[in-house]
Design a protein around this ligand. Structure first.
Ligand SMILES: Nc1ncnc2c1ncn2[C@@H]1O[C@H](COP(=O)(O)OP(=O)(O)OP(=O)(O)O)[C@@H](O)[C@H]1O
Ligand SMILES: [Mg+2]
Length: 248
């Protein structure tokens, strides 16, 4: 089977804490994978390892057949692996469009201190096109600080998608988003990413969101994958319910 991502024995500890413990998993192209787990289960550490923000103690990471273990984030991103953060990495005082222009400039490898202007007509046009499917075009001129939390999360994902990734890792795409907005945010991002054939791994605490949008669920517990399979099966597993939700 051709895979987009494989980890083999991926391990990372912090002092005495085994945050990710011997994790081996294979993800096929186009899969939408939800990662669930209690606080401290190792979900963010796993994302940080795959995207190069942390170096594993042991194990290998294979992306599209290529060993990317311990590659720096810039290189991993350059190969088509993008991510969002648990807390969006956005310039709050700038406008929506300015944030996109920065992301596009970064994609082109232009340093922010370079002499070339950030805003060019071509780049602005591209930025507006990029915002369109996320429903953010009408907010392009607004400062990010005025966006509702759902808009902020969508902008974060729009910025990550500016990199035209093959694999996108989202760390809690709906955290802080009101339950009224949550499903709209997920509908938007999943339909866009699926249409583009992007493989998605998203960390999520809301089990309704996982059930509705993940085709496959990885349940993390104490750094290990406790269960891996269809949402209906994994989330009904008593061991998962105890470890993830704290009740059987
Ligand atoms: N940079 C770090 N330094 C020390 N310990 C860390 C660091 N990052 C994570 N840990 C520890 O590793 C374990 C896993 O943390 P991680 O952030 O991966 O959990 P998580 O599943 O993302 O939790 P949450 O749902 O709260 O976001 C925790 O015990 C955490 O305290
Ligand atoms: Mg986390």
């Amino acid at each position: 089977m051709a895979t987009v991502l494989e980890t083999h024995g991926l391990t990372k500890s912090f002092g005495g804490v085994l945050a990710v413990d011997d994790v081996s998993v294979a993800i096929a192209p186009g899969e939408i994978v939800g990662i669930v787990g209690a606080n401290g289960a190792g979900k963010t550490t796993f994302v940080n390892l795959v995207t190069g923000y942390l170096k594993p103690d042991r194990g290998r990471i294979i992306y599209l057949g290529r060993d990317i273990t311990a590659h720096p984030p810039r290189e991993v991103t350059g190969l088509g692996v993008a991510r969002s953060f648990q807390i969006p990495q956005i310039y709050a005082s700038l406008t929506v469009l300015e944030n996109v222009l920065i992301a596009l400039a970064a994609r082109e490898g232009q340093s922010l201190r370079a002499w070339a202007p950030l805003s060019t007509r071509v780049r602005e046009a591209e930025g507006l096109i990029l915002l369109e499917p996320f429903g953010l075009t009408e907010h392009a001129a607004r400062p990010v600080s005025e966006l509702p939390q759902g808009g902020l999360k969508l902008l974060d994902i729009a910025l990550a998608s500016a990199l035209m990734p093959r694999l996108l890792l989202l760390d809690e795409p709906t955290s802080g988003v009101s339950s009224a907005e949550k499903f709209g945010v997920m509908d938007t991002l999943v339909s866009i990413l699926q249409a583009r054939g992007v493989t998605v791994i998203f960390v999520e605490h809301d089990m309704d969101v996982v059930t509705n949008y993940a085709g496959r669920v990885l349940a993390f517990s104490e750094g290990k994958i406790l269960a891996d399979g269809a949402p209906g099966v994994v989330l009904a597993d008593p061991a998962v319910r105890k470890a993830v939700l704290g009740w059987a």
